[in-house]
Design a protein around this ligand. Sequence first.
Ligand code: FPP
Length: 244
Amino acid sequence: MLFKRQKKSNVLNGENPPLRHLGIIMDGNGRWATKRGLMREAGHRSGAEAFKRVVEHCIDRDIALVTVYAFSTENWKRPQSEVEGIIRLLVEYLEEGIAGGREKNSRVRFIGDRSRFSPEVQALMREAEEKSAHYPHSLNVALNYGGRADVVQAVNKLIAEGKREVSEEDISNALYTTGQPDPDLIIRTGGEMRLSNFLTWQSAYSELWFTPKLWPDITGEDIDEALAFYATRQRRFGDVAPKK
Ligand code: FPP
C-alpha cells in the first residue's frame, strides 16, 4: 500500500511518475566545518540538524521513502574521534525518536551491517524501528552500508537458502531494501559527482542530481529544486516513450 503510486501527485512532479523513493548522499560536513575553523565533528553536528530538517521537508512533500547515506563501510577508516562523534549523533537521534521527541516522525529502518556497532547501539536501533513502525512515511538510514557488500550479502543469503541460480528479482528481494521501490532520484551534495557505493544495485535507473552546496547548508528549497529537476526528466527505462 505504502509504495503504490500515490494518486495525489506530490508537488513539482510534472509529467513523471510520482517520486516514491528519494536517495540522499549527505556530503560536505567536514569541509563546512573546516571553512569555519571548526573541528570536523562540528560539521557532522550541523549535518545532523540538516538531516532532520530535510527529512521533515520530505514528509511535507509526501515522499513515501527517503534513504540517507549516513555512514559507509569505508567511513571506519576515519580518525576514531570522528567515528565516535558520528555514532554519538546517531545515538542522540535514536533516543530523541524513541522518546517521541520529534514533531514529525518517519518509520525508520537501518540498512547495512549493524553487527559492527556495540550491542547498546544495536538495541537502540531495534527499539527505534519497533517504536516507529506505525508512521506512514519511511526513512532508511544507511549505516555501515556499502552497495556492493549489500549485493554480496544478498547472494550469500540466496546460496544459504539452497539457490543454484538467481534472477534479478531474487537479488532485489534479498537486499536490505527488500520490498521497497528503487530510488527514482538520488541527490548528492558537496560537489562530487559519483555514487560512492550507495544503493549500487537499486540505482540502475535513478535520476541523479548534484549540487556543490555542502550538506549542512542544505534547505528545503534545495530539495524542491531537485524535485523540480526530477519533474523535467523523461524516464524511459530503456523503452522509447516516457513511463507514466
Ligand atoms: C559526509 O561528509 C558525511 C558523513 C560521512 C557523515 C554523515 C553524518 C551525518 C549527517 C550526521 C549523523 C547522522 C545521523 C543519522 C544523525 P564528509 O565528512 O565526508 O565531508 P567532507 O567531504 O567535506 O570531508
